[in-house]
Design a binder for this molecule. Structure first.
Ligand code: MN
Length: 384
């Protein structure tokens, strides 16, 4: 199915129309694969969406599906259905998988300023992604973009802000990705997306070929970083000069992840609720947990810290779009490493949409009573 027709189909579907919320308002998730790798130089990150799908993302999100206690099924069948859902610790979540975007190769995509790589390819891919994310969010879905490299946040955040101009961003990453094209040492655009998005930096960012569609859409107070531990000197200067809130791994050591999340929400939501865009780079995790990624850095998030961040973001009820980027299945030294990384990515996404470690509490409409007609479905009296 072409992207255009799947987006058209998506737009026709009314988000959550068939859902019964068990715990929170019904939500539906639009899944977009963005197999894009030109924001950095290692091959394989374009296989990220495929690997994460293979790890069972869509089924994990939707398997719990909808619980309907229809007149046709007896209480036993209902309890069985609920137990399947509880086993996966998820609340109801309808998934619309839009498949993978296909990106046009831009010929003669020469370096900008003798350094910045593939500006036209990155610009065009993100223009397509921005339109797709905007369409999905406008149709009422939460939008999950699976990368691909982190230059994709240019498109996903731009498209998201087109519908929710007042949104805020939580950027979970080992790196700040806030170099400008003029401060970048590598020329890789996956290390620069935030500089293009921030209004305060616009007089420092040159116009790149392929980027004319892109407008800065965030202010310095709209973003919080979590997990930083490999920040270039120019990036550190930018973070300090513009007063951007960040929690490095050292801050997490000092405060604990619970305080870090409290302060993140105070900073972003203290003056009122607004949609959250979570941009999650898998390299925020320690390389022992997420080895299959292009720029691993020692001393990253533990599994528990990553899950806590995701749970807390889910608990706000404000998550509107999520990027999960930089999973590179060609970089594992063994299949186990690749599987560990893709499973971790799936856990982050599922947790952001309601998977819990303590188990889900399903709200029953009513408990069976001796006079309930459901109980008479079964010959045997069942005590629950
Ligand atoms: Mn990143």
């Amino acid at each position: 199915m072409s992207l255009r027709s799947s987006v058209a189909r998506l737009l026709k579907q009314r988000a959550g129309s068939t859902l019964r919320a068990q715990r929170r308002p019904a939500h539906s998730v639009a899944l977009i694969g963005a197999p894009f790798s030109r924001g950095q130089k290692k091959g394989g990150v374009d296989h990220g969406p495929g690997a994460i799908r293979e790890a069972g993302l869509a089924s994990k999100l939707s398997r719990m599906g909808t619980i309907k206690k229809s007149a046709k099924i007896g209480y036993l069948a209902y309890v069985q259905e609920v137990s399947v859902i509880l086993k996966h610790h998820l609340t109801s979540c309808q998934v619309y998988d839009l498949g993978d975007l296909s990106f046009t190769q831009v010929p003669n995509d020469e370096l900008y300023n003798n350094l910045v790589k593939y500006p036209r390819s990155v610009g065009l891919a993100n223009q397509v992604l921005a339109d797709t994310v905007n369409g999905a969010v406008a149709a009422g879905h939460s939008c999950v973009t699976i990368g691909g490299d982190h230059s994709l946040a240019l498109g996903s955040i731009s498209g998201h802000t087109r519908h929710y101009p007042h949104l805020c961003v939580i950027w979970v990453d080992a790196h700040a990705d806030i170099n400008t094209p003029l401060t970048s040492l590598s020329g890789n655009l996956h290390g620069q997306p935030v500089s293009f998005l921030l209004r305060e930096l616009q007089d420092k960012v040159p116009q790149l070929p392929g980027f004319s569609w892109l407008k800065p859409c965030l202010s310095q107070s709209d973003i919080v970083y979590i997990g930083l531990r490999d920040v270039d000197p120019a990036e550190h200067y930018i973070l300090k000069k513009y007063g951007i809130q960040y929690f490095s791994m050292r801050d997490i050591d000092r405060l604990g992840i619970q305080k870090v999340m409290e302060r993140t929400f105070d900073h972003l939501l203290g003056r009122g609720q607004r949609p959250i865009h979570l941009s999650f780079d898998i390299d925020a995790f320690d390389p022992t947990l997420a080895p299959s990624t292009g720029t691993p850095v020692l001393g990253g998030l533990t599994y528990r810290e990553g899950m806590y961040i995701s749970e807390e973001i889910h608990n706000t009820g404000l998550l509107s779009a999520l990027d999960l980027v930089e999973v590179n299945p060609l970089l594992g030294v063994s299949q186990e490493e690749v599987t560990a990384t893709t499973n971790l990515a799936v856990d982050v996404i599922a947790t952001c949409f309601g998977q819990t470690r303590e188990g889900a509490h399903i709200v029953f409409d009513d408990l069976p009573t001796p006079s309930s007609p459901d109980e008479s479905d079964s010959e045997e009296q069942v005590r629950i």
